[in-house]
Structures are given as C-alpha cells and as structure tokens.
Design a protein around this ligand. Structure first.
Ligand code: ZN
Length: 328
C-alpha cells in the first residue's frame, strides 16, 4: 500500500469558505449546508483523481492548514470553526473510507492554554475515529508569542496524545506577519523551529511514547543535519539518533529529486513517512520533468534505496506511527 500521511481538504465547496468569512467578521452564519454530492464533487476532480492517477491508496486528510487561522478570532469562535472543520473531514472520510483517513485540527488560540484543546482531540479520536492531529506550534500566526513546544504549557495535549496513542504533525497555519510568506517561509521556519526546540529539551524523557511528524521534509533540518548534530554535541546533548529519532519523524513533502535524495541519505528510513500534501502548497507541473512537483511518489521510487526501505516509507512507518489507522 502507498499511504500519504499529509493531505488537506483544500478543495472544499466555496460555501465553507464563505461561511468562515462571515463567522470571522463577527456574524452568526447559522448551520453550514453542504450536501454529500457537493463533497463528492469537490474530491472526485481533485484528491481522488490525483490518488488514482499517481497510484497512491490512502491519504490522511486534515482541514486546510491555512484556514485553521488560530490567530484570527477569539477562542470560542475558533472552537466552533474547528469543530465544523473536523466534522467536515469526518464526512469526507466516511464517504470514502478506503481513500481518506481523518486527522484533526485543534481549537488553539494565542495565549490560551493548550489544555483547552484536549476536549476536541478526545472527541475526534474517540467519537469519530481520527488517527492523529495537526498541532500548531505558533497559534499567533507568525509572531511566536506562546512558549516553545517543549514547555510544560503543552503537556496536557501530550498526555492525551500518549493516552490515545496518536501522533501530531507539527503544522502552522497562515501567517499574519508580512515577513513570512505562509507556505514558502512560515511553514518551513516552523518545521525547523520545532526540531530545534526538541533538540534542546528533555521532552521525550518525560514522554517516551510521544510522536511528532515534522512535515515538508523537516524544513531545513535534513539539509543542515551536520549543523544540528554539531549543535547537540556542543551542548553536551546525546547524539541526535538517540535524542530524537525514537519520537520524531519527517514526511516526504519535498518537491524535487535532489531534495528527496538528500533526505534519504541523512535520515534513517525508519523515520521517514511518505507524503505529498496534495492538494496543497504547490500545484503546478515542473517544466524540467513534465510531472507535478508534488507527485512525490516518483522521487521515492526513482531513488536508489532498497525495496524494503521504500516499503517502510510508503506504508510500514505509517502503521507504526499511526497505530489507530486500520486499512479498510
Ligand atoms: Zn500541510
């Protein structure tokens, strides 16, 4: 099987985004009306078509990351939006249980303790069969106002993640800071930042079973692996493999062959999960290859790693990291 652990429902019907716009403007838009046929239509021409044409089997599907927008509204409104977004993901996955597996967003807000998000995580996992979550390390949307992911501030979420045996993908939302383009800078910054936070802390001593997936190929981390190894050494920290690689994983949302090759060279295959983030940040075709940039399956297949390692990346690691996922 080929399991894509990172997909977003970016193609939801326009009425969803209209509803959100009104909600964020302070209106009370009333119940959202989207039919099952509208959901089918929104997926058939996009995520499902791409799954079929690329030959992937299942995608872990989350709400669109850029519209989590934790920084835009107060906590109670954010919670309402999050529940609605997660409910919609649940509907998509119920219509196509073989193709999509639900992963939730959380109702985070800048300055609001993460323990307030635990209820929604519990609801999604226990009541609706979600297998993981997206955790925003910067609910302020580019201003980084809350404590690092390694602070006890976040522990109530981690306690629940361990209890439920679900991993978190570290995933920011849109950027309200004009210095940081959302998908080109803010996302990659956050991936790199989270890794460095983990490196400097003993978080995984407190939570040996806690698991994070750092998306977008781990930001700058694989490329700068030597820097991180050296920093850990200078700080008298244990080697990275021992310190982090029982708990931290990277996805393959890297959109060119040399990037994937580098990642496969420096990160052990046990720590890499196949992903494309479709339909996501980069939607075009690479004129150098004639293929979609985000058709990442091609890069893995074209790499020189063994068939056994490819199997780990395409399927085996996802089964270990997301044990609540059971193929149907
Ligand atoms: Zn994403």
């Amino acid at each position: 099987m080929i399991v894509d652990c990172h997909g977003h429902y970016t193609t939801a019907p326009q009425s969803l985004w209209d509803w959100r716009k009104r909600q964020a403007a302070g209106e009370r838009p009333g119940p959202l009306k989207i039919s099952d046929d509208q959901i089918r239509e929104s997926l058939e021409g996009a995520q499902l078509k791409l799954q079929r044409s690329r030959g992937t089997d299942v995608t872990f599907s989350t709400p669109r990351a850029s519209t989590m927008e934790h920084h835009v509204v107060v906590a109670s409104i954010s919670l309402e939006w999050t529940r609605l977004s997660n409910d919609l993901i649940h509907r998509c996955c119920s219509l196509y249980p073989k193709n999509f597996v639900p992963v939730c967003q959380l109702p985070q807000s800048p300055g609001v303790a993460p323990k307030e998000s635990v209820g929604e995580l519990l609801r999604c996992v226990k009541e609706m069969g979600f297998v993981g979550l997206n955790l925003n390390p910067d609910p302020s949307g580019g201003n980084w106002k809350d404590p690092p992911l390694t602070d006890r501030w976040w522990y109530p979420i981690y306690e629940m993640m361990v209890e439920l045996d679900v991993p978190a993908m570290v995933h920011v939302s849109s950027s309200c800071n004009a210095n940081f383009h959302a998908t080109g800078a803010h996302y990659i910054n956050a991936d790199t930042t989270a890794f460095m936070q983990f490196l400097t802390s003993d978080l995984f001593k407190d939570f040996p079973a806690l698991r994070f997936v750092i998306p977008h190929g781990g930001g700058a981390v694989p490329y700068h692996w030597g820097r991180y190894r050296g920093l850990a050494q200078d700080m008298k920290r244990p080697p990275l493999k021992e310190l982090l690689l029982k708990n931290v994983y990277f996805d393959t949302c890297v959109y060119h062959q040399p990037g994937i090759d580098l990642m496969l060279k420096v990160i052990p295959p046990e720590n890499i999960l196949f992903a494309s983030e479709m339909v996501g940040a980069v939607r075009g075709i690479d004129p150098e290859t004639g293929q979609y940039y985000d058709d990442t399956k091609r890069y893995i297949q074209a790499s020189s790693i063994s068939a056994a390692d490819k199997q780990k990346i395409f399927e085996g690691n996802a089964r270990r990291v997301y044990p609540r996922w059971k193929p149907v």
